[in-house]
Design a protein around this ligand. Sequence first.
Ligand SMILES: N[C@@H](CCC(=O)NCCCC(=O)O)C(=O)O
Length: 272
Amino acid sequence: MSKPGPYRLQQTLGHDAPVVAVPMCVKFIDGQNYHTVGEKYLTALIDGSGVYPLSYPALGAALPVDALLDHVDGLLFTGSPSNVAVEHYNGDPDRDDSPQDPGRDAVTLPLLRAALKRDIPVICICRGFQELNVALGGTLHTRIHELPGKLDHRGADGSYDEIYKPAHQLLLEKGSVFAGVFGADEITVNSVHWQGINKLGQGLVVEGRAPDGVIEAVRVAGKRFALGVQWHPEYRCTENPDSMKLFRAFGEAVRAYAAERRSGKAKAGAAA
Ligand SMILES: N[C@@H](CCC(=O)NCCCC(=O)O)C(=O)O
């Protein structure tokens, strides 16, 4: 795989740009743990949403989530090759070589619940979408391509453009929040995942599916902006008008929340 050149940002943020936290993954590299986040998520937040991304380490309960949430205006939960551990949803054993990230699980699941409690805007992508479902008591299929009648959602081999190329239609519920964002009942999306929603988490509303019925878009009922997508709108975000619509909508929700938070009107703390 060839190394990409530096990304050239298209936006310059103002000093008062709202802040969006992005929980990191833990990767073991050359004998040490590194906390990492894919650049495309950070640049999509800047160029798509106009917000300031703040990477958040996966150090578990040592960092109380409410200490972070007092200072941010939104959260983005990224995709990752690793899978949510089955112990978090009482699932069947995962495949033996399933990549795991217990450090990330220990942060993202409580962080998601706390953010939803405060009604902070959240967008959850791929692994983040699966975390949203698990955080709300849902379960996952670990190998959807092995289920009868399902497409292979794992993405093609090859260059990143090949892996993240348009893969299938997303069929949206009429009148859904996503249909409003896109101004359409159907768009084309990419697909890079083994796992998918099985039992739906509490409070989640299905807004869109792949043609094989796999759940691809959800929202949390009653929240100002809490959306999850199984595909990758962050990939080459600025080149895809639908991806830009989604990131712009997230940016608007974050700016509205930031104005409330900074005026002291947002719900405070875990008691809210
Ligand atoms: N591991 C899960 C989630 C898949 C996922 O998030 N893929 C993205 C990979 C890296 C990235 O683009 O950030 C599954 O296989 O379902």
